[in-house]
Design a protein. Structure first.
Length: 401
């Protein structure tokens, strides 16, 4: 169930003043974002904020972002930037139609050219603030594969320990529709996981999640805080992207919030349509805060953040209740399987209404699972001809979503 409080309903603001006039945004368990407390922070800058309608960098605005980063860096925070804008910049340089998105080939070519321009811009602006920056380009598979995910995590740790500001983007020059994050909101959430960040801030052209699309409904109210994301949260999200430059709308930000919070990372959505947006957000807290689940293990963090699965297991209401009570998934609770997979692959678990309930590592090949759907544990050995494992998906290798 969603715990969502509008500004009008909330009895006390989540923004509070602390000693030394430092500003903090708090949840029920204490401080979430605070310049001298949040040791590691990911900020995501979208194309519509970074690039103007002519396809050029909004350099004056971006300089204020660099100043923001420098101030927090001096205060002891480690900052990671997830920056969009390569496709838009490259399309302008190559004079391609529709912002470089007329075809996959145009988008890939635009990204290849634009990424140099984008990284050069960040290097210059951060360098003017006496900060070193680095460029990391990632594909979906870099974070879906466990070993490569750990490599990304180790690289980020080392860069941050050296005082570098990593600037990250999806490698759009080689990504295809089948193997891509789809937008940098989800990439930012995954980077929050891999870097063990305390929080992720998505700067947007709107100042948070509203009860309805505020551009179409003047009665819409901003939600200050969401403690649990469910179907009613998703129903409030719009897939519209007014700028025409980005690849997602509020729906992608909700998905990013789900990934981050299930991984123990707090995520906020706030406006970037003002100078010094990071400083302003830390001062006034105007946005929507999605609070983290702090109980996830490192292995389950990776599972929760995956965007792809090798198959789906559909379970009955009794099995749903068992999983919610902390039990493992047994064959008796499954009524349908989709996909081809091997033992150890990631499989999604869904209920009868197609709601994603859990995700985990399957203990059997799909060929054997088809044979034991709905069967009781004592029947399985005779069916398979070997001693069965204790569960189809063990609770230690499963994360609830």
């Amino acid at each position: 169930m969603v715990t969502a409080l509008t500004t009008q309903d909330k009895p006390a603001p989540i923004l509070q003043k602390n000693e030394g006039n430092a500003t903090a945004i708090e949840d029920n368990n204490g401080v979430v974002f605070r310049p001298n407390n949040c040791n590691r922070l990911v900020i995501k800058i979208g194309s519509s904020l970074l690039v103007d309608k002519r396809g050029q960098v909004r350099r004056d605005w971006l300089q204020t972002v660099a100043y923001d980063i420098a101030k927090l860096h001096q205060a002891g925070q480690q900052i990671i930037v997830v920056s969009s804008g390569a496709v838009a910049l490259g399309a302008r340089r190559l004079n391609l139609p529709r912002g470089g998105r007329a075809s996959l080939e145009d988008a890939q070519a635009s990204a290849s050219v634009g990424q140099i321009l984008l990284s050069q811009c960040w290097a210059e602006l951060l360098g003017a603030c006496s900060l070193d920056s680095s460029q990391i380009l990632l594909t979906l598979e870099d974070l879906e594969d466990r070993r490569r995910y750990l490599n990304v995590s180790a690289t980020l740790d080392r860069l941050l320990s050296l005082g570098v500001v990593p600037v990250i983007n999806e490698n759009d020059s080689i990504a295809t529709a089948e193997i891509r994050f789809g937008d940098n909101d989800r990439l930012a959430a995954r980077i929050g996981q891999a870097s063990h960040a305390a929080g992720v801030i998505l700067f947007s052209d709107v100042d948070g999640l509203y009860t309805a699309n505020p551009s179409k409904n003047p009665e819409a109210k901003r939600i200050d805080r969401v403690d649990c994301i469910d179907n009613s949260t998703e129903a409030m999200a719009s897939t519209d992207s007014d700028s025409g430059m980005g690849s997602g709308g509020m729906a992608s930000k909700i998905e990013a919030a789900r990934i981050a919070t299930h991984s123990g990372v707090n995520l906020a959505i706030t406006t970037g349509k003002r100078p010094s947006p990071l400083t302003m957000f830390l001062e006034d807290g105007a946005g929507t805060l999605f609070t983290a689940d702090a109980s996830a293990s490192a292995h389950k963090v990776w599972l929760a953040g995956r965007l792809t699965a090798h198959g789906q297991a559909y379970i009955d209401d009794g099995a749903v209740k068992a999983l919610q009570d902390g039990k493992s998934l047994l064959p008796a609770g499954i009524y349908e399987i989709k996909g081809q997979f091997n033992r150890g692959d990631v499989v999604d678990v869904l209920d009868g209404e197609d709601h994603l309930i859990a995700r985990g590592l399957i203990e059997y090949d799909s060929e054997d699972v088809y044979k034991i759907i709905g069967k009781r544990s004592e029947e399985i050995a005779a069916i398979l001809g070997y001693e069965p494992r204790t569960a189809l998906i063990h609770r230690n290798h499963m994360v609830m979503l």
